[in-house]
Write a protein that binds this ligand. Structure first.
Ligand code: ADP
Length: 450
């Protein structure tokens, strides 16, 4: 029996192909398919060639090398260093402006040219490199800034050029920071460099009581040489210092000078700062920038956790004492950690803080002593007070004002003054030691009744 559908369901093929409209359609479709195939093969081929012939390096904004590469790219290039082509807009730069205080000028401003977003072609040591700087659609969840990426592309055969570039960029970054101290502060959940790197503060410019500076500096240097000792004994490689004493006695200045001496930076967290809490503190401890001293200012803030709310309903810092201890003890802390805690109120601290690895050394940086007053005088007037007579009269005046003990050191003064106040007096009377002696009354602390 024949199939009843076989004759009725299909049109005979030759009828179809004899139809000019249909045949034309097939022809066009065939051409389209061939073109699509050719395009796909071309793309595949191009990406194969790209993979075989080109080498890419991607640098993300989160990586430490990102600013180095950006700075390297912004270097003035010799003639021919930039290549003009229809495809590239190589003269697109973006501007970075840094302002800072300079003596006798209201503001000193520096401008830096940075490669703008988009694609640039540069020539370096006879190799052509394509530089693509682009913003990503994702953003840093704490700062809200979009992620960025720089892609460097060169011929595969010339890929060694990347080593040169990274080496040069690193060297450039090192020389830019030579003689400077980098300062980092917490921003959101991240550390960020704040301000320009500061000129290193010489240790001699901070005058502490006799032997104090030497003791701390010696201890830190000793610690830095003993990494293996700690590792062999399975002890976390950390050392903590607590500096306490009245404001203006030189605690922060000393830490900055010490960092300069060790060629370290300083990473600062102010524990009384708004918005800082236990979780954030613990997280920041895990990411402390390498080769920096961690400075925890106002350590006592963790002990007066709940203050009276102010007008805006702010009830003080949210770091608790146990939060601070957890952060200090945390397992995820970096390779080496030198932490300095400072406070003006030692009485508010808890002795649980004084444990190896948390706080190993406690030093009082107190009211100015006779020794410090004399040393500060020497630093400011040493070159004009040849016979030391001015210094003697200044010290006698401070004894008279009951600010420092007499020469024998027997009578304790009833009042005291800070090194910051003495520095202020000397700065006001630059090269005028008589003026400084005359105005020494100004060093008596004033107590204002509210
Ligand atoms: P602290 O951290 O103890 O409150 P700072 O280090 O902030 O004090 O000092 C405030 C200012 O006083 C700084 O400009 C610093 O140069 C000066 N100063 C304070 N103490 C000393 C010191 N012992 N030697 C030299 N300068 C000092």
């Amino acid at each position: 029996m024949s199939d009843p559908t076989s004759t009725t369901s299909f049109l005979p093929l030759d009828v179809l192909f004899n139809n000019p409209l249909f045949a034309g359609g097939i022809g066009l479709a065939g051409l389209g398919a061939a073109a699509a195939l050719a395009r796909r093969s071309a793309i595949k081929g191009a990406s194969l060639i790209k993979r075989r012939l080109l080498a890419d390096v991607e640098i993300s904004k989160q990586d430490a090398s990102y600013p180095w590469i950006l700075a390297w790219l912004a270097l003035p290039r010799p003639p021919g260093g930039f290549v003009t082509s229809k495809l590239t807009r190589i003269h697109q730069f973006s501007m970075k402006t840094m302002a800072g205080a300079v003596p006798n000028k209201p503001k000193h401003t520096q401008f830096f040219l940075q490669p703008g977003y988009g694609r640039h072609i540069i020539r370096h040591n006879n190799a052509y490199i394509s530089v693509n700087r682009e913003k990503q659609s994702t953003a840093n969840h704490t700062t809200g800034e979009p992620h960025e990426i720089i892609t460097l592309t060169s011929l595969y055969a010339q890929r060694h050029i990347f080593e040169d570039i990274f080496g040069e960029a690193h060297q450039l970054a090192i020389s830019a920071h030579e003689g400077k101290t980098m300062m980092f502060a917490s921003r959101g959940m991240d550390w960020e460099q704040f301000g320009d790197a500061r000129k290193k503060r010489p240790l001699q410019s901070v005058i502490l009581d006799k032997g104090v500076k030497e003791r701390i500096v010696g201890d830190v240097k000793d610690f830095l040489q003993r990494q293996n000792w700690y590792v062999d004994r399975g002890i976390p490689y950390r050392r903590g210092y607590l500096l306490y004493g009245p404001p203006g006695s030189g605690k922060s200045s000393f830490i900055q000078a010490l960092a300069g001496e060790l060629d370290f930076g300083v990473s600062i967290i102010n524990l009384s700062e708004r918005g800082i809490n236990d979780d954030k503190l613990a997280y920041l401890f895990t990411k402390i920038p390498a080769r920096t001293i961690l400075l925890l200012e106002d350590a006592d803030a963790a002990f007066i956790n709940r203050r009276k709310p102010d007008a805006e309903g702010y009830s003080g810092a949210n770091v608790t004492f146990s939060g601070l201890l957890n952060a200090l003890d945390g397992v995820a802390a970096g390779e080496e950690r030198i932490a300095f805690l400072t406070t003006n109120h030692i009485d508010r601290l808890d002795e649980a803080l004084i444990r190896p690895g948390r706080v190993d050394v406690t030093v009082r940086i107190g009211e100015t002593t006779r020794y410090q007053a004399a040393e500060m005088w020497n630093r400011f007037y040493g070159d004009i007070d040849h016979d030391g007579n001015g210094r003697k009269r200044f010290l006698d005046k401070l004894v008279e004002l009951d600010l420092i003990p007499n020469e024998s050191g027997v009578v304790k003064p009833k009042l005291h003054t800070s090194a910051a106040a003495i520095q202020g007096l000397f700065l006001f009377n630059k090269d005028n030691m008589e003026g400084a002696i005359e105005m020494a009354e100004g060093l008596i602390p004033r107590i204002y009744e509210p």
